[in-house]
Write a protein that binds this ligand. Structure first.
Ligand code: NAD
Ligand code: MG
Length: 393
């Protein structure tokens, strides 16, 4: 029986993974070790009971008693707090899904890699903030990372066993998010509610807003570079409003291999869950005749400065990824709280990058978790300072 753990089980990716496990036999097929969640204790307990997990962990220490009460009589252990999540990641599981949102996903993911486990990585922030550290930890410990982000799963599947040297370019697609057709001058007035609706994908609120600002694609460009070790000039972005082609690999002989599928994350999660096998998955099959046409456009960097920032970050390397990610998380918090406007998010991130670039160690890749988290904190402070200084303009 294969054993699995899910960190961020109660989120959008976690729910899709739960669905896949339940539809393939649940606790009769899988030995579920640990599930983690946040404030939704009722759902976390329900999932843990449904999968007969060994332990359920909430990120919030103040909810420890609630979780214990919700699991009473089930025989399932409970724990609470960030450190308890890291300890649960230490428990032996054959396959672990990293589906916490934000830099908070980094510590448990690293712990899985340190014990040589297999990490199915939805948490792209880990690779953006600490690509060198994450990939180095994996290779030192013979651990495996399987991409779960749909574009990266698509690249992984399209590359197959091809030689990386024969790859001329890799193209990741973007739907364009909620505001792809808005007049530029209206963008500054976009509300949280408007930014929280995605044309094609049902996802957590933070990544949905990141899709509207194109910061999601910005993170994914860096994720591509870090995970596949593909040089920045070979990474392209293409706006593809239908979200059917997820990525495309173009070879030196002029041919391209693309990966197509319905916009349903259960494909990428299921592919990673069963890899290297392929199994039938409960996802809709494509009907291209019914779709009729697929369309494409070049991305517009005036509309989406986040794309330019990703290029600058890749050029600098060092701590730039950690700063971009931390500042972006802070800017998103500030936008959600109504402290800054939609278009201010990229300005705050750019400010933080400029602000911290003069630090002597900025060009050095953080070599350990503490250094990554330190840059993350400084980036948040810098972006917050920008927001405080520009409030009410
Ligand atoms: P979500 O907001 O729906 O769920 C996040 C999960 O993380 C929840 O279980 C929540 O309780 C938990 N969590 C939140 N803050 C936490 C903290 N500080 N400590 C511990 N746990 C915490 O997010 P999502 O949309 O499922 O995305 C999860 C990750 O997967 C993100 O990194 C996202 O970029 C990536 N991803 C998501 C999708 C998607 O379709 N949703 C696609 C590709 C990649
Ligand atoms: Mg993606």
């Amino acid at each position: 029986m294969r054993s699995v753990s899910i960190f961020g089980a109660t989120g959008s990716i976690g729910e899709s993974a739960f669905d896949l496990l339940m539809q393939s036999g649940g606790p009769e097929t899988w030995r579920v070790v640990a599930l983690s969640g946040g404030r939704n204790i009722a759902r976390l307990a329900e999932m843990a009971r449904g999968l007969r997990a060994e332990i359920a962990v909430t990120a919030y220490p103040e909810l420890a008693e609630d979780l214990e009460a919700a699991l009473a009589g089930s025989g399932i252990s409970s724990a609470a707090g960030p450190q308890a999540i890291v300890e649960a990641a230490e428990m032996d599981a054959d396959w672990t899904l990293s589906a916490i949102v934000g830099a908070a996903g980094l510590p448990p993911g690293l712990r899985v890699l340190e014990r040589g486990g297999t990490l199915a990585l939805a948490n792209k922030e880990s690779l953006v903030a600490a690509g060198r550290l994450v990939m180095g930890t994996a290779s030192r410990n013979n651990a495996r990372i399987l991409p779960v982000d749909s574009e990266h799963s698509a690249i992984f599947q399209s590359i197959g066993s091809d030689n990386l040297e024969n790859i001329e370019s890799v193209t990741i697609t973007a739907s364009g998010g909620a505001f792809r057709d808005w007049p530029l001058e209206k963008l500054a007035e976009a509300t949280v509610e408007q930014a929280s609706t995605h044309p094609n994908w049902a996802m957590g609120q933070r990544i949905t807003i990141d899709s509207a600002s194109m910061f999601n694609k910005s993170l994914e460009i860096i994720e591509t570079q870090e995970f596949f070790r593909i040089s920045p000039e070979k990474i392209r972005v293409l706006i593809h409003p239908e979200s059917i082609i997820h990525a495309m690999v173009t070879h030196c002989d002029g041919g391209s291999i693309a990966h197509l599928g319905a916009p349903d994350m259960r494909h990428a999660i299921g592919y990673a869950l069963h890899w290297p096998e392929r199994v039938e998955l409960p996802v809709p099959k494509l009907d291209l005749a019914a779709l009729g046409s697929l369309t494409f456009r070049a991305p517009d960097e005036t509309r989406w400065p986040a794309l330019r920032l990703a290029r600058e970050v890749m050029q600098v390397g060092g701590a730039a990824g950690a700063v971009l990610n931390g500042a972006k998380e802070q800017a998103l918090d500030d936008f959600l709280a109504g402290r800054i406007r939609f278009t201010d998010m990229s300005a705050a991130v750019e400010f933080a990058l400029d602000d911290l670039t003069s630090d002597r160690s900025f060009s050095t890749s953080p070599a350990d978790l503490a250094t990554v988290l330190d840059w993350d904190q400084r980036a948040r402070q810098s972006a917050a300072a920008w927001a405080a200084g520009n409030r009410g303009r």
